[in-house]
Ligand binder design. Structure first.
Ligand code: ATP
Length: 535
């Protein structure tokens, strides 16, 4: 699938617009239009229903080690700055960046790739950015241009080794930057904290600095005790939250995939340390199934366990759910969700202070004065089990998903071009979004065949009846074939046409977006029929 076509459909039909577009846009920020807002809300609502409101507290779901409870939370975006000091984000949440003095572009250090090559007696490192579709080909074109050689001289190039990343290069003076024409224009890597800083209150001194949250998870940890004290939840239980997060990404790109403002859907699941490996596996598999159930089946979706050297300093196990987005080079996948076994790292940090690894142990990191570098809340966040009389810090399993990336993956998967017969039976090209009915912005569209003979009155009545149950679109403009096409592009799974026969026998034509099958259904049954399919 061609990504440009999807981006253009998203703009044309009002799924996604560039933020502040009339002023030239703002890199890394996106707005969801009338169709997009419905789609994204449906993604978030499906997540919330499947994990929180629809969860059965009384019986274990398939594959779960035991019964468990699920509750929700909506914490603030700006929190006490100490939250981020203890969580590690203040000291550690950074990327390395390099700047190009020539092109003035900025790149994430680890995302610049390249290959060593020798030509005309000189050895250089030809860099390309990681989102290049054909990095080898791009590198070849760049090196030919650099040495002023022709295409047919390509076999005079002596490539040394395979593609590798910029951090493997010691001598930056030999690097030809991704958008540069001369060598050695990339600066040495510099650290860059990804948290957006802001000032709270009118005085505006640096002491009043606070941060826009880079993840929703910490809001859950700092409310762990509040939830315990205000509800009757018992371990094992999970707290879920959906909300905005902000990261000052160095190179926002790939449409909404890497944005600076985005929404997360996170669960912190608290359990006894002895059972935490079982819960980790349960959540990993359950979250993968969520995407397949909503239509991301097939080999574009994969579950990838992290290798031990990829694990964060606190994690005993992490897996990513990844999707082969069309903007990535063949064989590469982008993260939709991470499921991490975080041990007791977060609750301990917020209780005792920021932790650091010392050998195999996590200890409170000391500052130059020997005191904790970032002091914790001092609150006892342990859980007391009344039955066993045990007091302990629970372990945490964290399934952390992105609402925008999930929405984008569902859009990519749904986008199809096919050939269908038009009204006269002639094959015609159509563009269709085969979204899962639960996610589709409109569940049905109602058309009067013509604007006379009482058809509009019946159609309007049906439209109002259905609208009380789910989102429905009404369209009486143009030929029915054209109206079908408009709904296909919007992903509407069912179209209902009121025609001459409706006047006689109270049936309507129900047309299925995917199979194109048309059947006559009694008008009074159509609401229930669609409701069961879109639930
Ligand atoms: P990446 O490695 O792609 O930057 P990450 O590992 O930093 O992602 P997490 O911190 O695990 O991401 O965040 C959890 C989820 O939040 C991700 O799986 C993704 O769906 C979403 N997410 C993170 N950063 C962004 C972003 N810049 N834009 C959109 N979604 C994001």
């Amino acid at each position: 699938m061609d990504m440009d076509k999807l981006v253009s459909l998203c703009k044309r039909r009002g799924f996604v617009f560039q933020s502040s577009e009339i002023y030239g846009g703002l890199n890394g920020f996106w707005d969801y239009g009338p169709l997009g807002v419905e789609l994204k809300r449906n993604v978030k609502e499906a997540w919330w229903k499947d994990n929180v409101t629809g969860h059965d507290d009384l019986a274990p779901p398939v594959g779960a080690p035991s019964i468990f409870e699920m509750v929700g939370l909506d914490s603030s975006i700006i929190m006490h700055p100490q939250v981020w000091k203890c969580s590690g984000h203040y000291d550690l949440f950074h990327d390395f960046m390099v700047d190009c003095r020539e092109s003035k572009k900025r790149y994430r250090y680890d995302q610049v790739k390249g290959r060593w090559v020798e030509a005309k007696g000189q050895t250089v490192f030809i860099a390309v950015y990681s989102d290049s579709d054909q990095p080898e080909k791009e590198a070849e074109q760049k090196v030919l241009k650099f040495f002023d050689m022709r295409g047919k001289q390509a076999d005079e190039l002596k490539w040394q080794g395979e593609m590798t990343t910029l951090p493997t290069v010691q001598d930056m003076s030999k690097v030809l930057g991704p958008d540069a024409k001369t060598l050695g224009t990339l600066t040495p890597p510099r650290e860059f904290n990804l948290m957006f800083k802001t000032i709270v209150g009118a005085l505006g001194s640096d002491e009043d600095a606070a941060f826009l949250r880079p993840e929703t998870a910490q809001g859950i940890f700092v409310n762990f005790k509040n939830v315990l004290d205000s509800t009757r939840v018992k371990i094992p239980f999970g707290i879920a939250q959906v909300g905005k997060s902000f990261r000052n990404e160095i190179t926002p790109r790939n449409f909404t995939f890497r944005s600076r403002e985005f929404e997360q859907m996170e669960i912190e699941f608290f359990c006894h340390p002895n059972t935490s490996p079982d819960w980790y596996h349960y959540w990993r598999d359950r979250r993968y199934k969520w995407y397949t159930d909503l239509g991301l089946a097939g080999d574009r979706l994969r579950l990838r366990d992290h290798t031990p050297d990829e694990l964060s300093h606190y994690s005993c196990g992490t897996a990513d759910i990844e999707y082969a987005f069309p903007f990535l080079p063949a064989g590469e996948y982008g993260e939709l969700e991470g499921i991490a076994h975080r041990g007791d790292f977060d609750l301990r940090s917020h209780s005792e202070g920021k932790l650091a690894r010392q050998g195999n142990e996590l200890v409170v990191e000391a500052g130059p004065d020997g005191k904790p570098r970032h002091k914790g809340s001092g609150k006892d966040l342990r859980y007391f089990d009344e039955q066993t009389r045990e007091r302990y810090l629970p372990h945490v399993i964290e399934p952390s998903a992105g609402a925008d990336r999930a929405t984008l993956a569902f859009l990519c998967e749904a986008y199809q071009e096919d050939t269908v017969p038009d009204e006269n039976g002639k094959p015609s090209e159509r563009l269709v979004l085969k979204l899962h009915p639960r996610l589709a912005p409109f569940k049905a569209a109602v058309f009067p065949l013509v604007k006379k003979e009482g058809m509009p009155e019946i159609a309007e009545k049906l439209y109002r009846e259905l609208k009380a149950r789910f989102p429905v679109f009404y369209d009486d403009k143009g030929a029915v074939g054209r109206r079908y096409r408009r709904q296909d592009e919007a992903g509407t799974p069912y179209c209902l046409t009121i025609d001459g026969q409706t006047l006689q026998d109270q049936t309507v034509t129900l047309r299925d977006r995917d199979t194109l099958k048309q059947e006559r259904v009694p008008m009074k049954e159509v609401g229930e029929l669609i409701a069961t399919k879109v639930r």
